[in-house]
Write a protein that binds this ligand. Structure first.
Ligand SMILES: Cc1ncc(COP(=O)(O)O)c(C=O)c1O
Length: 364
């Protein structure tokens, strides 16, 4: 594959690997009777959102923010905003979208219920609500099954907000898949208690939405789950590789970089710094540097400044020279994509095509 024509640093997406990653997740979900609602924050592309629904087995899509929802609504008929929507502007934006397509929001506060209900009522739309449960990450989510039921009852009484079910994000579980049985059993126990209490209170959770890329392939261990929301799986990254959730060959998004300096002994400098690779360290291996250099596996990206990546090549048996191109698999691909206006879509044997990152920068 040649990347010589590309202006670097260039984020190149391998189409065949993407299709393989999508197929694998679709087959897993279908085999276990789970719906798939991929989180599109990883790619932020309408084309890839459509691909997830058309060939990737997705029954709907997930976004984080209202701004992403306004873009991704063109890619599907059923959207989950997996982020608390509390302020007036955001609630109004969501309520307007809900007049066009099926929209659900995950939330964890009475204030969010009131704000969203007011916005949906004045827009004349209905917004389904999933009550978010904290299953161990301690980021958002109500803190107990009892609190979930109390909030669900408030939702059920609120105008224009049908109670649709529960959601949770197991972002605290990053151990290897075969070590996830115990932490997932704890999730299942909390979920089971909540579902029991809901039923006794006369409320039905039609949707129980969970799943992350690390836990995706163990989702069948959590009884009660109806759908999963992996996002990173479409591309994978070094977090996935080092965590044991993907192989290097499954990493579909790679940054082609040019070596711009080699004057410091034992080091080369690439044209990708934090403005391309972000500052994210590798969660499962914090000392591993800022990404994996595919052609020089013994190289280590030791330090990034905004536009420079310092690569220690002292352990390599051969080294790239100034002007050479190297390919880097980032630690965390999602924020890297969000830094690009366009990425490059690479079909086998064809020249890479620019692909707009439609929801880039949509953090509202
Ligand atoms: C609420 C929520 N759901 C799903 C996901 C997707 O998880 P992953 O990035 O592991 O694929 C994320 C990721 O941040 C998330 O925050």
């Amino acid at each position: 594959m040649t990347h010589v024509e590309l202006p670097t640093p260039a984020l190149v997406i391998d189409a065949e690997k993407v299709r393989r990653n999508l197929r694998r997740m679709a087959e897993y979900a279908a085999a276990h009777g789970l719906k798939l609602r991929p989180h599109t924050k990883t790619h932020k592309s309408v084309m890839l959102g459509r691909m997830q629904t058309e060939i990737g087995g997705a029954a709907g899509l997930t976004v984080a923010k209202a701004g992403e929802a306004a873009v991704m609504i063109d890619a599907c008929d059923d959207l989950l905003i997996a982020y608390p929507t509390v302020d007036r502007l955001r609630c109004e934006a969501v309520a307007e979208l809900a007049a066009r397509k099926t929209v659900c929001v995950g939330l964890d506060s009475a204030a969010a219920v009131e704000a969203l209900s007011a916005a949906a009522t004045s827009a004349g739309s209905t917004v389904g609500v999933l009550v978010e449960l904290d299953v161990g990450m301690h980021r958002v989510g109500v803190q107990s099954p009892q609190a979930a039921v109390a909030l669900a009852q408030k939702v059920a009484r609120a105008p224009a907000l049908p109670f649709a079910g529960l959601m949770f994000y197991p972002g605290h579980i990053g151990t290897k898949p075969d070590e996830q049985t115990a932490p997932l059993a704890a999730v299942e126990a909390m979920l089971g208690e909540t579902l029991d209490l809901l039923r006794r209170g006369g409320l039905e959770a039609r949707i129980v939405s969970g799943g992350s890329t690390p836990t995706a392939m163990r989702s069948h261990l959590v009884r009660g789950l109806t759908e999963i929301r992996p996002g990173t799986y479409i591309f994978n990254d070094m977090n996935c590789v080092r965590g044991g959730f993907a192989a290097l060959d499954d990493c579909a998004a790679r940054v082609v970089c040019t070596v711009v300096s080699d004057v410091v002994p034992g080091q080369v400098v690439i044209d990708a710094g934090t403005k391309t690779l972000t500052s994210d360290r590798c969660g499962p291996a914090p000392d591993s540097g800022h990404g994996h250099v595919v052609e020089y596996p013994a190289a280590k990206i030791t330090r990034l400044t905004e536009e420079h990546g310092q690569v220690d090549v002292s352990g390599c048996d051969r080294v790239p020279k100034v002007g050479d191109q190297v390919t880097v698999i980032p630690n965390h691909i999602c924020p890297c994509v969000n830094l690009q206006d366009r990425v490059y879509w690479q079909e086998l044997g064809e020249a890479p095509r620019p692909l707009t990152v439609d929801a880039r920068g949509r953090v509202f």
